[in-house]
Structure formats: structure tokens, C-alpha cells
Design a protein around this ligand. Structure first.
Ligand code: NAD
Length: 478
């Protein structure tokens, strides 16, 4: 018996949750359920997080959370409960299997069977954004070594456990050499520990194109958060329908399971919605908690129901479907098929089950960190970089000297091109004078001088070597 937390959510949530629970209970799932209220009602009662302290306690105690979609009200500063839950509980891996059900669900990719493993906690989703000048805003892309190690290890352990042959990594490290570069580097390091599993890296743009065109070329794909967010929807959609996919969010201690679609408010309360996405989430949950036999039984009954052409409105198609049913009737059809197997579609065997244990991160000793300069970001409305360079050079001192100015990353001084479009946001790099070892005091001196000469500084980024290796990017054109 496993005690789980269930939230029925908003819109079509309660109907698809009832259908899902009805099916898995009929299949013999050994569950004790604590129901919590989250989402719209809680938001509108004035709780901007959409969840009460008491509900948090239940989630923390039970550790396993099956969640129906919720409606995040527009405006009003309401925080997405999904993002909050993932980050608060450390659910670092988002796992989304995408398999086509040809010929019962029409798809251009009849042999597609891939799993997207998306990093779930960091990247641009740290949500650290600032307006810098009148013209420029920024969002910090944070990628950490522990974050990369956890997700990449998870991807290889997942492949090993579920008999997958290959793990592919997608990044854009030809452009983002530090952030995506770290993800790729960690991928290569960890891949070497799994010689029995094939590994490869694709630059995300051509990788995404290949995935959309020839998804059968891939098996498991691991990627940073933003790319994974976009591409996991693409992958689910090209199987034939986003409405049929479930996903799991896995951490060291907690896990959350859900459908990938939203609360479809216009379809709510009419017994129309397809419960398949949430049912797929529940099947992933049953595997996770070690009830694989039940998961297998439900999956085969569901495949049989799909094959029988018993379809809800969203996937109903003349010629393929035989019966258009509502949410409840669909659940009853799956229950009637429990114990049976599909005939055309491949039946599943879900022997493997249980947690995928990832070692907890142990912090390595600090590298030797050497300060070799500073990037000072400046707000300036002028257009000729030579003019601001004159002012900026007045801020030089014995240890730091202006070496380069870029605008949106492109070098504009020294020797820039007139054609380069410049905003009011300038990155001004001060590098160590030959033979000097600058300190933070030198940086403070540069900033103090900026105040004297009337240069409007916004922020600084220190330039370091870590164990002798450059820890910052060069200017484009440098
Ligand atoms: P949606 O996924 O709810 O709906 C998109 C379209 O798909 C609609 O036409 C809908 O009718 C249809 N659809 C979705 N699920 C279906 C199902 N199970 N059966 C039949 N048809 C289905 O996306 P949306 O309209 O952009 O978002 C609606 C609300 O859901 C928003 O408030 C959004 O914030 C929320 N949302 C929640 C989650 C979540 O909780 N995980 C995810 C996405 C969106």
C-alpha cells in the first residue's frame, strides 16, 4: 500500500482524475489517497501561490503526488504552481515518453518511440530578470554542475533501467560556450561511465529539426530546461496528440505525476475530456512506486481500448474510430479491457519498476580562482563607441585597463564597424595590465572613478580564471 497525494485540479481536472483513479483502482492499484485542494479556488481566495501550508504538509509527507491540471488565473501576480512545486521539492527531472499509436491515432511518424528527459530546475527558468537601461532587459541563464550531473545521470540510469539503447544530448554550445558548454561537457563525462549505451550530441537547432522530421532516429533525449519545455511539446504533438501524453517530475525524495495538457476550461463539466494523458501519468507513478504489474495491466487495457476505436471527441476520426464516448464511458471501456492485450499495437511489458536512485551531489573543493579583470556594464545614449571609450579610459588604474567594449556581445571598440547597431547598453571590459594581479579594490576604484567622470554603471561581472581556465566568454569579433 502506498499513500499518495491527489489534487483534482480545475476545469476538466476532476473528471479526468475520477476516471483515472477508477481505472487504476479497478486494476488493483494499492493506494491510500489524501486529497488536497490546489489551484484556482485557492488562488482566488487570495493565496498567490495557489496552495495552502496544510496542502504542502500533505505533499511533503506522502512524497508521491498525482496532480490534475490547474488553471493559473491571468494577471494579479499569481505564481505557477507547477514551477513552484518542481523547484521547491527539487524535482529535477521531467520525463516525458512520446510514442505513436499508429494506425489508431493518425501521425506522420508511425514508428516514433522516444523519451524526453528535461532538466526541470534551472536555466532561464530561474526567473532572474532585470531591466538594465531604457532599451535593454536581461534574463540570467544559470546552469550548474550539480544540475547537469543530476539530469544527465538520470537520463543514463533511465536508459539502463528501461532497456533504451541510446542517449542523445541537445545543446547550443557553439554559441553558449559556458552554460550549454558545461551541460555538454558533463554529458560527455557521464556518458563515458555507461559504455553499453550509445551516446551522441546534436546542436539543438538541427537536432530539433531532425526530431520533428525523423523522430525514430532518437531514443532518449536529454536537454536543458527551456529547450526541453519546447521540444517535449513538439515530440508529444507529433505522436498524433498532446492529449495522450503524461509526464513525471522526479527528485531525490519526491515525485509528481501529471498529464501534459492544461485544464481545458471550455470542455469542463461536460463528460467530454480524454483522461488518457493523466492515466499515462498515473501509469508512470505506478512504475515509480513499484507497482509495475498494475501499470502493465492498465497500459495494455488502454492500448486495447485505443485499438478498439473507442475514442473521446478529441481523437475521434471517421473510419478509424468505432465509437465516440465521454470521459466516464471511456474509463469503463478501459476497465472492461483489464486483463486483455492489444492485437495490432505492441503489448507492453513493464517489468522494471521502482525508483531510479541518483547519488546526491558532493561539492568538489574550490578551484584556484584568479581575478583577471571585470566587465562593467554602462548605460549610455551615445552612438559612437570612441566617445564613451575616452571617458572609460579615464577610469583605468595601475592594475586594470579598458581592453574592449561590446554592444549586445559584439565588439564595437577598438576597431568596431559603423554598421553595427548599438543600443544604450554597453559592456566595457577592463583587463589586468600585463604583469599585474588586480584585486576587488581595483574594481571599486574603477567604479568610484566612473562616478567622478559621470559614467552611469549598471552592474559588474568579475572575470576569473578557474584553475587557469578562462571562465568567461570573449567578445564576438574579438
Ligand atoms: P489546454 O491544454 O488546457 O487546452 C488546449 C486545447 O486542448 C483545448 O482546445 C482543449 O479543449 C484541448 N484539450 C486539452 N486537454 C484535453 C483533454 N484531456 N481532452 C480533450 N481535449 C483536451 O491548454 P490552454 O487552453 O492553453 O490552458 C488552459 C489552462 O490550463 C490555463 O489556465 C493554463 O494555465 C492551464 N495549464 C495547466 C497545466 C498544468 O496544470 N500542468 C499545463 C498547461 C496549461
Amino acid at each position: 500500500m502506498t499513500r499518495i497525494t491527489v489534487a483534482k485540479g480545475d476545469g476538466i481536472g476532476p473528471e479526468i482524475m475520477d476516471a483515472t483513479l477508477m481505472i487504476i483502482k479497478a486494476a488493483g492499484a494499492k493506494l491510500e489517497i489524501d486529497e488536497i485542494e490546489v489551484g484556482e479556488k485557492v488562488y482566488l481566495a487570495g493565496n498567490t501561490a495557489g496552495i495552502s501550508d496544510e496542502a504542502w504538509e500533505t505533499i511533503r509527507r506522502n512524497k508521491i503526488f498525482l496532480k490534475a491540471p490547474i488553471t493559473t488565473p491571468q494577471g494579479g501576480g499569481y505564481k505557477s504552481l507547477n514551477v513552484t512545486t518542481r523547484k521547491t521539492l527539487g524535482l529535477f527531472a521531467n520525463v516525458r515518453p512520446c510514442k505513436s499509436l499508429h494506425p489508431f491515432i493518425s501521425t506522420k511518424h508511425p514508428n516514433m518511440d522516444l523519451v524526453i528527459i528535461r532538466e526541470n530546475e534551472e536555466d532561464l527558468y530561474a526567473g532572474i530578470e532585470h531591466q538594465q537601461t531604457d532599451e535593454v532587459v536581461q534574463c540570467l541563464k544559470l546552469i550548474s554542475r550539480p544540475g547537469c550531473e543530476k539530469i544527465v545521470t538520470y537520463a543514463f540510469e533511465y536508459a539502463r533501467k528501461y532497456g533504451r539503447k541510446k542517449v542523445t544530448c541537445f545543446t547550443k554550445d557553439n554559441i553558449m560556450k559556458q552554460t550549454d558548454g558545461l551541460f555538454h561537457k558533463v554529458f560527455d563525462e557521464i556518458a563515458a561511465k555507461y559504455p553499453e549505451i550509445e551516446n551522441e550530441h546534436w546542436i539543438i537547432d538541427i537536432g530539433a529539426a531532425k526530431m520533428a522530421d525523423t523522430p525514430e532516429a532518437f531514443d532518449v533525449i536529454v536537454m536543458p530546461n527551456l529547450y526541453g519545455d519546447v521540444l517535449s511539446d513538439v515530440a508529444a504533438q507529433i505522436t498524433g496528440s498532446v492529449g495522450l501524453a503524461g509526464s513525471s517530475n522526479i527528485g531525490h525524495d519526491h515525485a509528481m505525476f501529471e498529464a501534459i495538457h492544461g485544464s481545458a476550461p471550455r470542455r469542463a463539466g461536460q463528460n467530454l475530456a480524454n483522461p488518457s494523458g493523466l492515466l499515462q501519468g498515473a501509469i508512470l507513478m505506478l512504475q515509480h512506486i513499484g507497482q509495475s504489474e498494475i501499470a502493465e495491466k492498465v497500459q495494455n487495457a488502454w492500448l486495447k481500448t485505443m485499438e478498439d476505436g473507442i475514442h473521446t471527441y478529441d481523437i475521434f476520426k471517421e473510419g478509424v474510430s468505432t465509437q465516440k464516448v465521454g470521459t466516464k464511458e471511456f474509463a469503463e471501456a478501459v476497465i472492461a479491457n483489464l486483463g486483455q492485450e492489444p492485437k495490432t499495437l505492441k503489448k507492453v511489458e513493464l517489468k522494471n519498476s521502482g525508483l531510479i536512485n541518483i547519488p546526491r551531489h558532493v561539492r568538489a573543493p574550490r578551484a584556484k580562482k584568479e581575478l583577471v579583470g571585470v566587465d562593467v556594464f554602462v548605460h549610455w545614449e551615445g552612438t559612437d563607441p570612441k566617445k564613451i571609450a575616452e571617458e572609460l579610459q579615464k577610469m583605468n588604474n595601475d592594475n586594470l585597463k579598458l581592453s574592449m567594449i561590446t554592444n549586445r556581445g559584439v565588439k564595437v571598440w577598438p576597431q568596431g564597424f559603423e554598421e553595427t547597431f548599438c543600443t544604450d547598453h554597453w559592456r566595457c571590459r577592463y583587463s589586468a595590465v600585463e604583469g599585474a594581479t588586480p584585486s576587488k579594490k581595483d574594481i571599486l576604484e574603477v567604479l568610484a572613478k566612473a562616478e567622478e567622470v559621470g559614467v552611469d554603471t549598471i552592474k559588474t561581472e568579475n572575470l576569473y580564471l578557474f584553475d587557469g581556465v578562462r571562465g568567461y566568454s570573449l567578445g564576438q569579433g574579438q
